[in-house]
Design a protein around this ligand. Structure first.
Ligand code: XMP
Length: 323
């Protein structure tokens, strides 16, 4: 019988048995999956878990602070924050290919983790043998790990792991769909803002810049994304849509006119989608006045952006993310 209570009890027992007196670390990404996975493992093994938050510099505005403050307040987990943004930027320099970006981000992520692990072991003694990941059932299927389905994108928490990985994985959400993960999170007492947070990809804004990732482009996209999120929240639409990627077409320029003269700026793409589990999706029919507000604000407030376009493609054929 499937109940969230049963899922939690089963996982808690299994994780306790598996981990024994060893230690685990868990990467918090800012998303609901890693938050629920961490809370579940925290329930099972308490202070044997240390959470690591890698600030890869690819997060959205305010998200790092949200993890550092809100999540810690809700769960009481031990948290180590690593600022690795310079390192990620250096590794991504000159890279435009989506799969290459994903591989680099996944690889650097694990490397930074291994470094954090070494530091935690040095601080605390007993071996950190386990790595907790918030892998969901759809991730497993799409990466070809579940049912033999062809690999579509190398999701960095499944297929992008480097070969010299040193951890044993704990993936307590591996059999769950997103809505089930939210129910488990709720049952575990996580606050609404975390449980109902919209999904955000591990590689972050790195795969929402079509073209090379630079600090300047990240700052620009962060501003545009914050405006879109602000207006969607103000319009009360957060629970109506699955997520709304905001994408910067960094290698595209178009002519515009603003104030006194001609501009030659970049387009921003809005990709609001409705979905049950991200396996398929439809583009959300957002109210025109909300779209208008977002467009006006982005073009007025974000330097170098002179055009906002709406993605009206379902999945399939388009994936939710552009890369
Ligand atoms: P796609 O673009 O494949 O996205 O239609 C499906 C869902 O997965 C999210 N996504 C990711 N999540 N690591 C993640 O944790 C990733 O590498 C990744 N790539 C895509 C995406 O935001 C959407 O919700």
């Amino acid at each position: 019988d499937w109940t969230t209570g049963n899922v939690i009890d089963e996982q808690v027992t299994a994780i306790r048995e598996l981990v024994g007196d060893k230690r685990a670390i868990c990467g918090l990404s800012g998303g609901v999956d890693s938050a629920v996975a961490a809370a579940l493992v925290q329930k099972a093994i308490g202070s044997q878990l240390t959470c690591v938050y890698v600030d890869h510099g690819l997060m959205r505005k305010g998200e790092t602070e949200q993890v550092e403050k809100d999540f810690v307040a809700a769960t009481g987990v031990q948290l180590k924050v690593v600022d690795a943004s310079e390192r990620f930027l250096a590794a991504l320099k000159g890279v435009s290919d989506p799969e290459e970006k994903r591989k680099i981000i996944g690889r650097e992520f694990i490397r930074v983790f291994e470094q954090a692990q070494a530091e935690i072991v040095a601080d605390e003694g007993p071996a950190v043998e386990f790595l907790v990941q918030g892998t969901l059932y759809p991730d497993v299927v799409e990466s070809g790990g579940g049912t033999g389905t062809a690999n579509i994108k190398s999701h960095h928490n499944v297929g992008g792991l480097p070969e010299d990985l040193e951890f044993k994985l704990i993936e307590p959400l591996r059999q769950l769909f997103k809505d089930e993960v939210r129910m488990v999170g709720q049952e575990l007492g996580l606050p609404d803002e975390i449980v109902h947070r919209q999904p955000f990809p591990g590689p972050g804004l790195g795969i929402r810049i079509v073209g090379e990732v630079t600090k300047e482009r990240l700052d620009l996209l962060r501003e545009a994304d914050a405006i879109a999120r602000e207006e969607l929240t103000a319009a009360g639409l957060d629970r109506d849509i699955w997520q709304c990627p905001v994408v910067l077409l960094a290698d595209v320029r178009s002519v515009g006119v603003q104030g006194d003269g001609r501009t030659y700026g970049h387009p921003i793409v809005l990709r609001p989608v409705s979905s049950e589990d991200a396996m398929t999706a439809d583009w959300s029919r957002l109210p025109y006045d909300v779209l208008a507000k977002i467009s006006t604000r982005i073009t007025n407030e974000v330097r170098d952006v002179n055009r906002v376009v709406l993605d009206v493609t379902s999945k399939p054929p388009g994936t939710i993310e552009w890369e």
